[in-house]
Design a protein around this ligand. Structure first.
Ligand code: CO
Length: 174
């Protein structure tokens, strides 16, 4: 099922999501719906709160290639399903990427993140895993984990860039 995306400034985006305790059909249905929704909205990552579910669940699917029409491919089996993530290592080195967010549609800005992170998490069956990554995936994971703590990438912008965002957003809401 494809959900509507919760969009800024909806207060639900500020919620700290709850730890998942049951790795059951309810969780599996949520993950399946999140994948469907992310693909339908052309996202590369999605946190459960973005469809209104305050659970510590996120998915990331980095497009691998383009097909003949130039459309990015994000096969189901490439989806990283991450439950209850904890960042256990952050590099000293930082990295800057242009980020966007389905909950802040149409706005893109450079954000600084840790260049490399190690994350402990559980999969949909509750099994423990560790992922260590850099570059785009590390950035995407940090972005999604922020959602679980009620934070958006626009909060990481400099004062001037944040003002620019507020101005653009207001203009659009009219
Ligand atoms: Co986002």
């Amino acid at each position: 099922m494809i959900y509507d995306i919760v969009v800024y400034p909806d207060k639900r985006l500020k919620l700290v999501s709850e730890t998942v305790g049951s790795f059951d059909e309810v969780l599996h249905a949520l993950l399946d719906d999140m994948y469907e929704t992310m693909i339908a909205k052309n996202g590369v990552g999605l946190a459960a709160i973005q469809i209104g579910v305050p659970k510590r669940v996120l998915i990331v699917n980095v497009p691998i290639e383009s097909d003949e029409e130039g459309v990015d491919l994000q096969p189901r089996e490439n989806t990283l399903e991450i439950i209850n993530p904890v960042i256990t290592y952050r590099s000293d080195e930082k990295i800057k990427f242009q980020e966007g967010c389905l909950s802040v549609p149409g706005f893109y800005e450079d954000v600084e993140r840790y260049a490399m992170v190690t994350i402990a998490y559980q999969d949909r069956y509750g099994e423990q895993f560790v992922i260590e990554d850099d570059a785009f995936l590390a950035v995407a994971l940090q972005h999604e984990i922020d959602h679980l703590d009620g934070k958006l990438f626009i909060e990481k912008l400099s004062y001037i860039k944040r003002k620019k965002f507020e101005k653009e957003w207001k203009k659009r809401e009219k």
